[in-house]
Ligand binder design. Structure first.
Ligand SMILES: C[S@@+](CC[C@H](N)C(=O)[O-])C[C@H]1O[C@@H](n2cnc3c(N)ncnc32)[C@H](O)[C@@H]1O
Length: 221
């Protein structure tokens, strides 16, 4: 067996183990339903620039919120919130408000149910989950932290960014963008309005893979 194949198999086994750990220990034991991925074609919403539901890893979220602690008055938006794992994690922290938007009403229902299950650990203020296409939805003017886990690509990404900047024009403020697996980072950088303030690599086997799977934190101006 050649080395590349052994490495490939080892990586697959590692990722499968991590996923099982997420499902069995961190989801089932807490009554949450966030681990299983979902293709948008299953709910008739497939589009090449819309990325399917896949949750951010629990450990990645802990690392992220350790770096991006909520400041007083911070309002978090998960842009493409899926089943709400990020919302659940953010709601356990001192955000003034937590908002999620997703194109799939089914995923939004699961996110609301997850937030309900986790309500005893809630520390944030209000919570809202909105079923909408980001290309047609106005970003609320109190949002100060935007989480994106590779949710959309190409023109959809550009339109979502335009909505974010429109909100910044309406209400100038400090906005931090946490961009995980930043596949469209160049589009963000090309606006000349985003300053990189933190960067960390993903917890994945293989250096190139980890760099690609990393998280960047930008501040918008
Ligand atoms: C990779 S998942 C991220 C889920 C969640 N933020 C997390 O990190 O656990 C991307 C999500 O973006 C949503 N999405 C894709 N295109 C969208 C669009 N145009 N408007 C709103 N949501 C969209 C998908 O339905 C999916 O749930």
């Amino acid at each position: 067996m050649d080395r590349a194949y052994v490495r490939y198999r080892a990586r697959r086994a590692y990722l499968a183990g991590r996923r099982t750990l997420g499902v069995v220990i961190l989801d089932r034991a807490t009554g949450l339903d966030t681990s299983r991925e979902m293709d948008l074609k299953n709910v008739g919403l497939a589009h090449p620039e819309r990325v399917r539901y896949e949750p951010t890893g629990w450990i990645d979220l802990l690392r992220t919120f350790r770096v991006c602690r909520p400041q007083p008055g911070d309002v978090l938006l998960d842009y493409g919130c899926g089943k709400g794992r990020v919302l659940v994690t953010a709601a356990r922290r001192d955000f003034a408000r937590v908002v999620g938007v997703d194109i799939s009403p089914d995923l939004c229902d699961v996110a609301r149910a997850n937030l309900q299950v986790d309500r005893s650990r809630r520390r944030c203020g209000a919570i809202e989950v909105v079923a909408a296409d980001v290309t047609e939805w106005d970003v609320p003017d109190d949002v100060t932290v935007v989480f994106m886990h590779n949710p959309f690509r190409g023109e959809v990404f550009d339109k979502a960014l335009a909505r974010l900047f429109a909100s910044l024009e309406r209400n100038p403020r400090r906005i931090r963008v946490i961009y995980r697996i930043p596949m469209e980072e160049q589009r963000l950088v090309a606006t000349n309005r985003a300053r990189l303030v933190h960067s960390f690599v993903g917890l994945r086997p293989g250096r190139t893979w980890s760099r690609k799977m990393g998280t960047r934190v930008y501040e918008l101006a």
